[in-house]
Write a new protein. Structure first.
Length: 105
């Protein structure tokens, strides 16, 4: 079941931010008006992905620069070698909903 994690205004286009969903920390990204959710923990050293930058659809970890696809969670650059999980996102009016149990993006 999807849970409300933010308002669409909380995730400006071209930005990434941190939200909580059922005790899990997520990084939300807004790419061209579409919102995506991935785990907020860099698989390299546990860095907070949601505190990084969003560049060309990639979330860049603020610690060592590992990049992950904001849509799918796939790892794109070293030093990380393992992908993070992506979650389905739905927009309902102004609400951003994330489904932690849905299929991976």
């Amino acid at each position: 079941m999807a849970e409300r994690v933010a308002s669409i205004a909380d995730v400006p286009e071209g930005q990434v931010c941190v939200v909580e969903c059922d005790g899990r920390s997520l990084a939300l990204s807004n790419i061209d008006g579409e919102v995506y959710a991935i785990d907020n923990i860099c698989t390299h050293d546990g860095g907070p992905l949601g505190e990084g930058r969003l560049r060309a659809g990639r979330v860049i970890c603020p610690r060592h620069g590992a990049a992950f696809d904001a849509r799918t969670g796939k790892v794109l650059t070293l030093p990380a070698v393992k992908s993070v999980r992506a979650y389905p996102v739905t927009i309902d009016g102004d609400d951003v909903l994330v489904d932690l149990e849905g299929p991976q993006g």
